[in-house]
Design a protein around this ligand. Sequence first.
Ligand code: ADE
Length: 229
Amino acid sequence: MRIDIITVLPDILESPFNHSIIKRAKEKGLAEIYIHNLRDYSENKHHKVDDYSFGKGAGMVMAIQPIEKAIETLKGERDYDEIIFTTPDGKLFNQKAANSLSLLENIIILCGHYKGIDQRIRDHYITMEISVGDYVLTGGELAAAIITDSVVRLLPGVLSDETSALTDSFQDNLLSPPVYTRPAEYKGMKVPDVLLSGNDKLVDDWKHDQAIERTKKLRPDLYKKFLDD
Ligand code: ADE
């Protein structure tokens, strides 16, 4: 899968994809992630990418020209399945959306900034608008990192069987059960006996029950979905 991220702050996205699982996915050739500096596409002599908004209203707006050029340049090189814009007024991102995106070949993520982008870009180029939560970030870069991370880890071959994404929280609208490691007892705090029993069936049943209990207690909204689906 190829992900092209267009941003005015490429430095923010230097680190998130250069560690651990995502780094290995890139090294194995399972994911290609390219960061594009929007300023490189500006035809303004000062590489400006924003301007005052028409009508009354405070704040700068990301201008149409550099974004149009960046998107058109990329589209001229390959077909894209989705052109995503990160914005607090987008559709709330969740595991199901990550699963769907992980099936695609090429996507562009345009990171929002300032007071928004010229609406004509949203109308004519953007195919999907995503919010990563009901709060406002300084820019869309962290949202793009969240989307990319959650999608890349789902690509076939990225995770081993042991860390399989199928057992992740949210995959069945359930949170993950609690986990423990050695020692079996620490300062009087014990690991549940069932996990030491060596009986796979008992362990699996316990984990499932715990996942249900946790979800019911911590995320009643998700538990309702689990019952309904
Ligand atoms: N940009 C600013 N806030 C955001 C959010 N919550 N989700 C996606 N992009 C954003």
